[in-house]
Design a protein around this ligand. Structure first.
Ligand code: RUQ
Ligand code: CUA
Length: 660
């Protein structure tokens, strides 16, 4: 039942009838609209798209995008359908507006030390919202850092990063983050493989010394932290493991993980060896890894693991003995692996194959039970016969990468080389579809340009919402003003609310940061964030009241023994208390500040020059930072948020008396 697209004129006429407004007023508005449209060269389709996306002041978006911030190291939060950037969340990279790394957050950033070194950025790829029964629950967000194999945990009560964990086994990840349907575990798998712990070994030792792995990080929802003591890894061959997805419903208990470089190529263009781009794509097929994580959990709990780099690892031999991992061929250079909403199929797309390949979990389970193997790989892992587990192949176009789903049995695949989004039907298993209840390509909508990931509203959950899809395009070329040779990337919003071939692009959002990769889109009313911190004196790192938090009438400067000065300060419109602080050069300074405001949005900043301090103190928040007052001088501290009419007056003097 394809709905006819209504013309703008019809829309306005319909509005007029329903509202029963005076014809003359609407006639006037219509001619104003027509005048503006004519002046700006807008078509009827443009006006309709504007009506679908324009969000008047004070109206709130229906959905939120949590987008990877790419190598900004952050997460972006964007409203849909307005495509307004609402917030960045500082994760791996210090960010002064949020105070992240400039007085607070240092402890969390320090958890992410890599071989003892600071890497104060990240290459974030795949955010994962926490799930309950396979549906987003709006409580937690996880994201990986591909560059250094780290995972971050973000609390969606205050949209702040609470934890960073560094993977002890590998140094580069890509297959992460993906959560189990009830968020018991967060998966992270390696990509550019190295010897355990990124120790030194020449590439001539690749087959024996280099290893892949998938880590199952245990998430403790009550503590709001990854519990390293209950986490473990599974050893994998040194293929380049790529993107993954967790099974759900019919495929619950499994992880599906792609790989490339089953050739075990090691590059060496400078020595006239096949360069990686050729060596890695020689084979006609690579391997989909089918991992029974529920079984792996039992094997780990039974103690059948080795300790490597201080971390429990289930060896490949144990996986073979216990039947934890099966491989099956997948077409050339696979990238995305995406599980359908009911969990019955896994859609894999190979960048160098114009088809998506659909595997059936039913067939996979039967092939495992019947041992329908076509052989084993070089490491002895059993390979399930391709024809026994494959359900269908759909020719969607050039460069298929990732797939998302709608509520009506449609799948949507990004086509990198075609620069398009393909809509196709999932074999009619979700009921008869227009036009054909079959594995059929329905429509390709061009996008601008080079789409990587795509995200549909709740499109990777057990209950996709449809309505909107966002194409995360790598290039923008001619879409925006030429901002020098470095251009923004282009998030394009598509209307997928109608069945059939109507699937237009309705908004372009330039994104001048990143390069973003994956994003998830959640219904906004599933989130329940705090407007202000629950109580005055709240420490966001512990999500509880800090007993040391300064409170009104308890402001003071305390000189302790051995050259330590402790400051207890409050902030409220429009003053800090105290306003004069004098210490001696060489003193250790422990500074506590509480924002004692209870009004929504009454945030104060707090900047101290020379000492590299800038905080963001949200209503109720308390922060503590320490430094050694090694530089004498007179330093005005002040509020960096324009909080009131007397904001400029919200300052004080920090004076450091010279030692002699
Ligand atoms: S990935 S598009 Cu991590 Cu496909 Cu980037
Ligand atoms: Cu507080 Cu400006």
């Amino acid at each position: 039942m394809t709905r006819k697209r209504l013309s703008t004129r019809a829309l306005f006429a319909a509005g007029l009838c329903t509202l029963g407004l005076a014809t003359s007023a609407w006639g006037q508005s219509m001619s104003d609209v027509q005048k503006v449209a004519k002046e700006r060269g807008l078509s009827t389709a443009d006006l309709l798209a504007a009506a679908q996306t324009f969000t008047p002041s004070g109206k709130i978006d229906d959905y939120l995008i949590f987008s990877s911030g790419g190598h900004s190291g952050q997460v972006f939060v964007i409203g849909v359908p307005s495509m307004r950037l609402l917030r960045t969340i500082a994760v791996f990279t210090p960010e002064p507006w949020q105070g992240w790394g400039y007085g607070v957050g240092e402890d969390v950033l320090a958890e992410g030390l890599v071989k003892g070194k600071e890497n104060l950025w990240g290459d974030t790829h795949h955010p994962a919202l926490s799930e309950t029964k396979g549906d987003y629950d709006g409580e937690w967000l996880f994201i990986n850092d591909k560059a250094n194999a780290r995972i971050a945990v973000i609390d969606l009560r205050d949209f702040e990063t609470k934890q960073i964990v560094k993977n002890p086994l590998f140094i580069n990840d890509h297959g992460g983050t993906f959560v189990t349907p009830d968020t018991e575990y967060i998966f992270e798998s390696s990509q550019y493989n190295v010897p355990w712990g990124a120790a030194y070994a020449p590439t001539s030792d690749y087959e024996d010394e280099y290893r892949g792995a998938v880590t199952m990080w245990k998430f403790d929802r009550k503590a709001g932290r990854i519990d390293k003591s209950k986490s473990f890894a599974i050893e994998l061959p040194p293929y380049w493991q790529d993107v993954a997805d967790c099974g759900k419903l019919e495929s619950d208990g499994y992880l599906f993980l792609n790989s490339i470089n089953t050739e075990l190529a090691t590059g060496g263009i400078e020595d006239k060896k096949p360069p990686f781009e050729a060596g890695v794509s020689m084979n006609a097929t690579d391997y989909l890894h089918i991992i029974n994580w529920k079984k792996a959990e039992k094997v780990y709990q039974a103690g059948k693991y080795d300790m490597i780099e201080g971390f429990p690892v289930i060896s490949m031999q144990t996986s073979i003995d216990e039947g934890l991992i099966y491989l099956t061929p997948e077409p050339r250079s696979p990238h995305g692996a995406d599980v359908t909403p009911k969990g019955e199929f896994i859609v894999v797309s190979g960048k160098l194959d114009p088809h998506t390949t659909i595997y059936s979990i039913d067939k996979i389970k039967k092939a495992i039970a019947n041992k329908t193997f076509s052989g084993s790989d070089a490491y002895g892992l059993p390979v399930l016969d391709f024809d026994a587990v494959m359900e269908a192949q759909v020719e969607v176009g050039l460069g298929p990468l990732h797939t998302q789903f709608g509520p009506d049995g449609y799948a949507y695949t990004s086509l990198f080389l075609d620069s398009a989004v393909a809509r196709w039907t999932l074999g009619g298993v979700y009921g008869p579809l227009n036009p054909e209840p079959d594995w059929t390509l329905v429509k390709k909508t061009p996008v601008q340009y080079n789409i990587g990931h795509l995200g549909a509203a709740e499109g990777d959950t057990v209950s996709p919402d449809g309505k909107y899809l966002v194409a995360f395009n790598k290039w923008a070329v001619d879409r925006f003003f030429q901002t020098g040779p470095l251009l923004p990337q282009n998030f394009q919003l598509l209307d997928i609310s109608q069945q059939g071939t109507h699937m237009p692009v309705i908004y372009d959002m330039p994104i001048g940061m990143g390069e973003p990769h994956y994003a998830q889109i959640i219904k906004a009313d599933k989130l329940n964030p705090w407007a202000v911190y629950p109580e005055i004196g709240w420490d966001p790192q512990t999500q509880s009241v800090d007993p040391w938090a300064p409170r009104p009438k308890m402001e003071r400067v305390e000189r302790k023994e051995e050259g330590t000065v402790e400051i207890f300060m409050t902030a409220v419109r429009s003053h800090f208390n105290p306003e004069h602080i004098t210490v001696k050069q060489g003193d250790k300074v422990i500074w506590h500040i509480t924002n004692i405001e209870r009004a929504v949005d009454a945030t104060h900043g707090f900047a101290v020059p020379v000492y590299d301090i800038n905080l963001s103190l949200e209503p109720g928040e308390t922060a503590t930072f320490e430094f050694v007052a090694d530089t004498p001088g007179t330093f005005p501290y002040y509020c960096t948020e324009f909080c009131s009419a007397l904001h400029l007056e919200m300052m004080g003097y920090f004076m450091v008396e010279p030692a002699d």
